[in-house]
Ligand binder design. Structure first.
Ligand code: NAD
Length: 369
């Protein structure tokens, strides 16, 4: 079977990490024809638009895309390409697994959870304006709809069911946001009642942050609104070893775009220094989505072995504090070559020594809030 897949290299470190993922994809032997399209800074230079129609058309045609990060200037310049892409293609479910793949490199080796973030509405939509001419006050509009809330919450429960996870936590701020937060809370409670085999509980966003840092092993699937999900997924990436190893996926009806949690890290652009693992694990998720199970298992295993051997790892995984035995950092391309070299060699019959620890066996529904 061969596939045609849209590739968006993106800005900053994007071209380097997507090249790394392509190299690893080649090593799997899965026949992929990449259709490369530019969004972000290069697209502006070439077409005047950061998100040309050609990008949207390519994703609609191919149904699957691998994407690098795209820069969004702070305070001025173009609107976020990422927000526009999600809204225009209705990529409503942002799924970000946080697995403690970095082993000793993470302070929370038992982290193994999935953040499911609504990706099309809410505070993250950037609907805002100045209230006065002197720009001394500003207002943001947060629209939360029952339709989008039901859809993302159902997605989270279905994901939990499919992945044999037993616990879904709904995160909101219904005590303060008495309409938008309460709407999401009601939708969560009603949907949870349809999945009696799955433990459902709720946390207020502030408390959720504290709980995650104290005992991440007690959480399994977290579902929340757009901005809270943005913040929580970075927090969870930190728990699981850092932004350099955190992949993500965006799903819509029959469409999937795989992109890392991290941004374009402009300060490392062009230095061949960034960690390619997050983008390579996006490839792992993409292969799984295509039902190329063996190839996706090989990619995960090759990444895992490379990280745990600690011979060829980028700076973030080589730092003291991330390893008991600091090692000289390798380049992004060297680490990608090492992972690609391992892909055909890894032994899938050997169980990994607990790379993804099982979810905490005893979940107390009365966890403090
Ligand atoms: P960032 O994730 O780009 O970088 C934050 C820091 O994390 C970096 O300085 C670096 O120390 C570390 N880091 C990130 N990725 C890494 C990697 N692969 N390897 C090693 N270290 C890594 O976040 P930022 O600096 O806040 O954002 C930069 C730009 O990216 C902004 O314009 C932002 O809007 C954009 N952004 C895009 C996306 C996306 O395309 N989905 C996501 C987040 C941020």
């Amino acid at each position: 079977m061969s596939y045609r897949i849209t590739l968006i290299p993106g800005d900053g470190i994007g071209p380097e990490v997507t090249a790394a993922a392509r190299l690893v994809a080649e090593a799997t032997g899965v026949a992929i024809e990449w259709e490369t399209v530019e969004a972000g800074e290069k697209a502006i230079a070439a077409t005047g638009s950061p998100l040309p129609d050609a990008v949207l058309d390519s994703i609609r045609r191919n149904r699957v895309a691998l994407k690098g990060p795209i820069t969004t200037p702070i305070g001025s310049g173009f609107r976020s390409v990422n927000v526009a892409l999600r809204q225009q293609l209705d990529l409503y479910a942002s799924v970000r697994p946080a697995r403690a793949i970095a082993g000793e490199g993470t302070r929370f080796p038992e982290t193994n959870l999935i953040v499911v973030r609504e990706a099309t509405e809410g505070l993250y939509s950037g609907i805002e304006h100045w209230v006065d001419r002197d720009h001394t006050a500003a207002e943001t509009v947060s629209v939360i709809t029952r339709k989008a809330s039901d859809r993302i919450i159902r997605f989270a429960f279905e994901l939990a069911r499919r992945e044999h996870r037993r616990h879904v936590t709904g995160v909101h701020k219904a005590n303060i946001m008495k309409t938008t937060g309460a709407l999401f809370q009601t939708a969560f409670r009603e949907m949870a009642s349809k999945y009696p085999e799955i433990l459902a509980d709720e946390r207020l966003i502030d408390n959720m942050c504290m709980q995650l840092v104290k005992k991440p092993e007690e959480y399994d699937v977290i579902v929340t609104t757009n901005l809270f999900g943005d913040i929580l997924s970075d927090l969870c990436a930190g728990l699981a070893g850092g932004l350099g190893v955190a992949p993500g996926a965006l799903y819509g009806e029959g469409l999937a775009v795989f992109e890392p949690v991290h941004g374009s890290a402009p300060k490392y652009a062009g230095q061949d220094k960034a960690d390619p693992v997050a983008e390579i694990l996006c490839l792992e998720l993409l292969l799984r989505y295509l039902d190329e199970k063996e190839a996706s298992d090989r990619v995960f295993r090759a990444v895992w072995e490379t990280i745990h051997e600690k011979k060829v790892v980028t700076y973030d995984l080589a730092l003291p504090g991330y390893t008991m035995r600091p090692v000289p950092p390798s380049s992004c391309s060297a680490m990608a070559r090492e992972i690609a070299r391992k892909v055909p060699l890894v032994d899938l019959s050997e169980p990994l020594p607990a790379p993804l620890p099982p979810v905490a066996s005893a979940i107390d529904p009365s966890l403090e809030t």
